[in-house]
Each structure stands twice: as C-alpha cells, then as structure tokens.
Unconditional design. Structure first.
Length: 427
C-alpha cells in the first residue's frame, strides 16, 4: 500500500498519544504477562455474586427463545431498545421524581462513545467563528476524555484547592472546586458545557451536594449544559462510600453506564438529557453505528423494571470495593511510612482507585511508570489526567492512579516496589 495521507480527522484520531501507548501496555500486559502486577487498569473487579447474577440472566435469556431472538436478531432503533428505555424512564421518575420521559434518553455503545458524541456535539468550531470549549471545573479529570475532541484544545480545566480534612499529619487530602477560577473561566472563555465525573476517575473524589448545586446554578446562569458522568455513581452502579444525592435538571446531561456493574463487554452507555440533546445523540448513533449493542439492555431489563438494579451497588459492589480500599489504605500507610517517603492519599469517596501523591519527587511519574514497569508493576502516571490546564502545575508530576481491587498479595508486593522506587526518586 502506498503512503496514504490521512485527513485532519484521521490524523487527530490516530495520533500515537502517550495515552494510547499506555493503554496498549495495559491491554498487552493483561493478556500476555500474567506475572505483571496490574494496578493500572480500569476494569471492574470480578465480584462473585454479580458475576453469578449476569450468568443466570444469560441462561434465562438463552432458555427463552423469544427473548434470545429479541436480543440478537434485530437492530434496535438508534435511540436504544424501546422496552429498556421505557423501563428506565419510569424507574428514574418514580425513584427520584425527575421529570424524565422516554424522549430524554439515548443509549450509546458505552459511556466512552457518549462522551465522544457529546463533547463534539457541543464543543469545537461554530458557524459564527467561535471555538467552543468544554470546561472541566476540577482537574485532574478522566484520561479517556483527553483525546476525544476533533478540534485541538477542546478542554479548559481549573486547578482545585487542596484541603486536609483530618489535618495534614493524617496524609489524607481532598480536592475541592475553586469556584472563583471556574467563574473566571466562564467569563473569559467561550464555554460550551461544563463536565465532571462524579465519583471522579482518577481520584475517587465525590463532589459534594453543595458543589454540584453550585455548578448546576453556574451552568444554568451561563446558559450551558452541565454534564455529570456517573460511570461509578448514582443511581447505578453507585460505588460511592460517602453520601451523594443524584442530581438532574433540564440543563443537566447525566450519563450512566453498565460497565462498572460488571458488564463492560456489553458496551452500554446511557445519556439522560433534554430532548434535543438526547435525539441528537440518537442521530449520531445512527450515522456512526446504525444502532447500539442490545445485549446489555436485555440482560438488565427485568432488573430495571423491578428497580433491583439500584440495589446491586449498595448490596454487593460497595462492600466489596470498600473492603479492598480499606486494606489498600492500611498497607499504603504502613509501607510508605516505613520507606520514609513523603506521601498522601486522596480521600477515597467512590470508584476503585487510590490517587497517591508522592511529594518532592525528582522525576516525573511517567519516568517512574517506566521504572515500575521494568519491575513488573503497572500503574497509571498522573500527568495524563491534568489535560486542559492553562499553566504548568508541578503537582501534576507527583501523582499515580492505582487500582486497589487487586488480590492482597499483589497489592502488597506492588506497593512495596512503588515505595522503593519512590524513595529512590526522592533521594
Ligand atoms: C469516569 C469514566 N467515564 C466514562 C468511562 C467510560 O466507560 P464505558 O465506555 O465502559 O461506559 C469510564 C471508564 O472507565 C470512566 O472511568
């Protein structure tokens, strides 16, 4: 094949970003290097009761010929499966009293596709010559958004303030939104939408109800949507260890996913939004992919109809991850203190990551990542999560994202190696 020049679109989506290389590393290690200590990935853990539930649902679908055919032999409308959509709209109305009808829902092939559509639907060049941006009110934010803009510089992010809820000596810190910075950015940049993940990947931060209310008010006063990414949040999967009220309003775009309920292979994302946004997402699905995967929607349908889908998180996922998180925090405290490293952990309020801050390191965490990989520990360097910030922030080179749901011996060995390498890098 002669060299074929790619279009701008092609170049943007095929650029060998650091993140792509990293995801390659993760995927390769997962399949080819069973001895790698995998603290890097975002896969949900294998929670036995939940795995069993999905297996049983699959068997029921197989045993019922009609349901099986409904699942596999037809295209659904681009909006998603009508039964699933009706059941979900009804569940959200009766549980939260939200004014949501079927027209307010659109299914996508995973939350990731939902964000690709939403960010490029709202942000980017407009017919009046402006280049609209997506405002991330709290950086660090989800790595998966970083390269989704078809236009360069789609994101503008704000640094958070750092607080120490139990005093600095306890080494537990928390990011909070710097509202003055957010208001300033709304005034000075052409903002298309505000977007946050709650809980946040990578930090496990959960925006407080007060922060969400304030953001929601700011968004509505500025005439822009507030996108709330609930990949780990409420109403489901609800992997949240603190109290957080789900929020919806006509200018809010809420996204959900079946992935962290243990069904990432089904690629099922859900967008809940005002009708023009939801129908725009359906239109984009039709063009990019005709229709969505049906399997996830059929597997969970009876649980959405009965409302039991809301119980899976609190009943099985939350206790499972909460125990892992506690064990990992205890180990981190013990191992890093013994290694004499200046460390701190972000308070873990949701999701299944620890965000480890290694203060005063002489190398970047990308360099640390390479050293750790050579010792068979995979982590995610923090640098990648700080995209969109207008200026350099040394803190962005001092953090690692660690998946804490690995088996205990893997966690212990990995944390020991990270502590040794961090100690070498701060000498
Ligand atoms: C914050 C956040 N949003 C969205 C996604 C996308 O998930 P999916 O495409 O599997 O629904 C993820 C996946 O890890 C995530 O962590």
């Amino acid at each position: 094949m002669p060299h074929v020049p790619f279009s701008q679109f092609g170049q943007k989506l095929t650029a060998r970003s650091g993140i792509l290389a990293l995801m390659d590393d993760l995927g390769r290690a997962l399949t080819l290097q069973p001895d790698m200590r995998m603290l890097g990935g975002g896969n949900p853990a294998a929670v036995p009761e939940v795995q069993q539930l999905w297996r049983e649902r699959m068997q029921t679908l197989l045993a019922d010929g009609k349901a099986f055919d409904r699942m596999l032999v037809n295209y659904d409308p681009p909006q998603g499966n009508p039964h699933f959509i009706r059941a979900l709209a009804s569940l959200l109305q009766r549980t939260f009293g939200w004014n949501i009808r079927e027209e307010n829902l659109a299914i996508t092939n995973g939350g990731q596709s939902a964000f690709f559509f939403l960010f490029n639907l709202l942000g980017g060049p407009t017919s009046d010559g402006r280049h609209k941006k997506i405002l991330l009110p709290l950086s660090p934010e989800y790595i998966g958004y970083a390269d989704q803009g078809l236009e360069a510089d789609l994101f503008v992010a704000c640094r958070p303030t750092i607080t120490w809820p139990e005093g600095e000596a306890r080494r537990r810190f928390k990011y909070a939104i710097d509202f003055a910075a957010v208001e300033q950015t709304l005034r000075t940049e052409p903002i298309a939408a505000i977007a946050v993940s709650r809980p946040t990947n990578p930090t496990g931060n959960v925006l407080t109800d007060d922060e969400v209310q304030k953001l929601s008010l700011l968004a509505s006063q500025s005439g822009v949507p507030l996108i709330l990414d609930n990949a780990y949040g409420a109403p489901f999967p609800n992997v949240i260890y603190t109290s957080a009220t789900p929020h919806y309003a006509p200018h809010v775009i809420l996204t959900l996913s079946l992935s962290k309920l243990g069904l990432p292979g089904t690629r099922t994302g859900i967008v809940i939004a005002a009708e023009p946004i939801a129908s725009a997402i359906s239109a984009m699905t039709a063009i990019a992919g005709l229709a969505n995967g049906t399997i996830g929607q059929q597997i969970v349908l009876p649980l959405v109809e009965s409302g039991e889908i809301l119980d899976i998180g609190p009943r099985w996922l939350r206790p499972f991850y909460a125990e892992k998180r506690q064990a990992a925090e205890t180990m981190t405290r013990e191992i890093f203190t013994a290694a004499g490293v200046d460390w701190a952990l972000h308070v873990s309020e949701g999701a299944f990551f620890h965000w480890l801050w290694l203060r005063g390191m002489s190398i970047s965490t990308i360099e640390l990542y390479e050293r750790l990989k050579a010792r068979k520990v995979l982590v995610v360097p923090g640098e990648y999560f700080f995209f969109g910030l207008p200026d350099e922030w040394p803190h962005s080179r001092e953090c690692l994202r660690l998946n804490f749901a690995q088996p205990e011996h893997v966690m212990r060995e990995a944390l020991q190696i990270i502590a040794e390498e961090a100690a070498n890098a701060t000498k």
